[in-house]
Design a protein. Structure first.
Lengths: 225, 178
């Protein structure tokens, strides 16, 4: 029996498929996504949370601090973003922190928010990756900002800091090579709903509560015996 | 083990401080919440009731839908973000018909106390009308404005003000007097 070229190709593809299922890394990458979802007229791949470590999934946790209700606190080292709620609780989101996410710490406010924002790669990123276009339209499956972006300003000046979605759910909980604060797309949509323009944000290397477990931390207070 | 004891002591001291700190928020808690149980434990522990979240529970509503709708200054109009939140609330409420909802309006805008009360009532009414337009039975809903009289915090900075211009959709199992 002689195989036609087409049959050979199909056979090859089938083999590829089988290999993909056997290769754990590749299988995992594919399994980060489940079916399509629609948001504001844009179809995107929803996150398959069954394959995401529970630690990085949105949850309500205890949060002991003095920040007022509605404040967003980012713990860059531990890859968490907290939205402070009543009675010493907070909604905690797992985040990925890109290079740009480590460039700035401090207090700011969310002064601008956008739906399916257009992405303009920063000049230095285009130097490293000349193949990148000048911009990527909002809603494009290649747009790394995903469905939402929230822009942080301080006294009316852009800090360059943003919260946004991601194309790589596997990068949540990790340090990524680029971007600011990446969230699961579903979480970026959720946070956008919960943060009115004017929301206070604190970006920290880590929250004070976790100082003891951070070796390079400066002592916050000396316990009085 | 002495280090452990030190930590335990520190934690209990913190717990006492937190209990004291929560005293002046009792009234606030009563506005929005059932009375708050003084919280112990540490940051990142699951909040009480949120260890596992089942579909159709109040915890599910808080975590996956969100109770708060925000407004811009001096306005009771629902913008696109507010409508998106309320669309989610309506879908959830329609699939969980056992819950009633008390809509609590707040304001922290310009004008007299009575003007604030009117505005907060208008906000709560706007939310109610929208939920009804999305198929929620009006008999399950009631709206009350609290003005700026009983706001969450007394503050002047912008970030606090935007938090106070809101309606909270509080799930109830039965109607209350107010």
């Amino acid at each position: 029996m002689v195989w036609t070229r087409r049959e050979t190709m199909l056979g090859g593809l089938a083999l590829l498929g089988a290999n993909a299922l056997q290769s754990p890394a590749l299988a995992k990458a594919t399994a980060y996504f489940s079916g399509p979802a629609v948001d504001n007229g844009v179809t995107y791949r929803s996150t398959n949370f069954a394959n995401i470590d529970r630690k990085w999934q949105r949850q309500v946790v205890k949060y002991f601090s003095s920040e007022p209700i509605g404040t967003v606190v980012v713990d860059t080292r531990h890859h968490f973003l907290y939205l402070i709620m009543e009675n010493k609780t907070a909604i905690r989101y797992g985040v990925g922190v890109g290079k740009e996410g480590f460039k700035w710490y401090g207090r700011a406010t969310i002064d601008r928010k956008s739906l399916w924002p257009r992405w303009t790669p920063p000049p230095e990123m285009r130097e490293r990756h000349p193949e990148l276009p000048e911009f990527v339209e909002g809603g494009s499956p290649k747009n790394p900002l995903g469905p939402r972006a929230m822009y942080l300003l301080r006294d009316g000046v852009d800090t360059g800091y943003r919260f946004h979605g991601t194309l790589e759910p596997g990068s949540i909980g990790k340090d990524a090579s680029s971007g600011c604060i990446r969230m699961f797309n579903e979480d970026a949509i959720d946070l956008y709903q919960r943060c009115p323009i004017g929301t206070a944000v604190q970006v920290l290397p880590h929250i004070a509560e976790k100082a003891p477990e951070v070796s390079q931390a400066t002592p916050v207070a000396t316990p009085v015996e | 083990m002495p280090a452990m004891t030190g930590l335990t002591r520190l934690l209990s001291a913190a717990a006492i401080l937190l209990t004291l700190a929560s005293c002046n928020t009792t009234e606030i808690a009563a506005v929005e919440e059932p009375a708050a149980v003084p919280m112990t434990g540490k940051t990142d522990d699951p909040a009480p009731g949120f260890e596992t979240v089942s579909v159709g529970t109040e915890e599910d509503f808080i975590l996956n839908v969100g109770r708060r709708t925000y407004f811009t200054q001096d306005s009771s109009a629902l913008d696109s973000v507010a409508k998106a939140t309320l669309d989610k609330q309506a879908i959830w409420l329609n699939s969980n018909p056992r819950w009633l909802v008390k809509l609590q309006g707040f304001s922290d805008d310009s004008g007299s106390a009575s003007k604030m009360e009117t505005l907060s009532q208008k906000r709560a009414d706007a939310v109610m009308a929208y939920l009804v337009s999305k198929g929620v039975d009006p008999n399950r809903l009631w709206a009350k404005g609290y003005g700026n009289d009983r706001e969450v915090r007394d503050c002047t900075e912008r970030s606090c003000k935007v938090q106070n211009r809101r309606v909270v959709s509080n799930l109830r199992t039965e109607r209350d007097a107010t």
